[in-house]
Structure formats: C-alpha cells, structure tokens
Design a protein around this ligand. Structure first.
Ligand code: ZN
Length: 187
C-alpha cells in the first residue's frame, strides 16, 4: 500500500482542463459508482467524498448535493446536515486514523484558494505531530503512504454503517443506537 504522490500538486494542476468541463461534485452527485467516484456517504442533501488529491491520509470533503457557490445560498437544513456529517466524519477519522488533530475549513472563491469554484465544500484534514515535514516545506510534495482505495475501504463502513438518517437533524446523527450497528458508534 505504499503510495508516493510526488509531486502531487502537479497532478492536480494537470487535471485543470478536465475540471473546467464540469463540476466534479455535481458529477459525483449524479454518478452511480460511488466507489469509483470516492463517495463515502450520501445524506439527504449533502454527501461525503474523499479528496482525490489529499493533503493527508483520510482527507475528506463534505459537499452539498446542490451546486451552490456560497454558504448564503444554502438552505439551513443543508448547512445543519453538513455540520452533523462533520461530527460523523470526525468520529470515523478518530476511530481509524487516531489523528492528534483535524483541520476543518472552506475556501470560498478563487482568491481563497477554492479548487472547485461554485460548489462550496468543507474539508476535513487529519493531522499528526510532525506531518508537515521537510518534503512538504522544501519540495512542495506530500508523501501519502496510504492508497485512496484503501482509505475508502476503511472509512466507508464507519460512515455508511451509520444508517440512512443523513446526519439530520442535529443530534440524530450524533445519537448512538438507532440503526447504528456497532462499527458506527461514536463513543
Ligand atoms: Zn457542482
């Protein structure tokens, strides 16, 4: 399972032409092959997807189904579901990767660094002490020791096994028990 994304950023930039042809998130919403599209979980109005060009192992994104450029455009229920999914993702990442920290963040608009403009999304990036090492700083490269397929296999049961309640309403997704089968437990 050794995988070296080096230089991973170049691959990302090289894919720019494809991205312009359409929105990868909208394609994922409409797609039928969740595994191929790296979709880990589908809620009612938002979904969880692995980042194809991860900053770290377990780099997830929570994305509304609708193509929305700003938070302001999103229904309150969608925003609430996204935060509930963040709770679920946090638990899944903790259970599998035992990170010592997790970055959550959004890049709204090009100047903020949005890779996919027009369809906002929330990043979750697990962090470990010392994970920003000399390779990242000096060479702009990132060593990703785990293959995406492996990340997908490990995380999907924890997210998908949590039942179809989509993380809504707030609290429902955070409540162990009901339709959750063991592996999806949070605590
Ligand atoms: Zn879109």
């Amino acid at each position: 399972m050794e995988k070296l994304f080096s230089p991973w950023r170049l691959r990302y930039i090289a894919s720019d032409r494809r991205r312009i042809r359409g929105c990868v998130f909208c394609r994922a919403v409409k797609g039928r092959d969740d595994r191929a599209n790296l979709v880990l979980y589908r809620g009612r109005s938002a979904f969880v997807i692995l980042n194809k060009y991860p900053y770290n192992n377990g780099h997830l994104m929570i994305v509304p189904d609708a193509h929305l450029p700003t938070l302001h455009d999103a229904p309150a229920a969608t925003l609430a579901e996204m935060m509930a999914l963040a709770v679920r993702c946090e638990s899944a990442l903790q259970a599998i990767y035992r990170p010592t920290g997790i970055n959550l963040g959004m890049n709204l608009g090009r100047s903020a660094g949005a890779g996919i403009e027009g369809h906002f999304h929330l990043h979750l990036v697990p962090r470990w002490d010392g994970d920003t090492n000399f390779m990242t700083v000096v060479h702009g490269t990132r060593v990703i020791p785990e293959a995406l397929a492996s990340t997908y296999r490990r995380l999907r049961p924890l997210l998908a096994g949590a039942g179809g309640d989509g993380g809504l309403p707030a609290g429902a997704a955070a409540t162990p028990g009901r339709r959750r089968r063991g592996s999806g437990r949070r605590r």
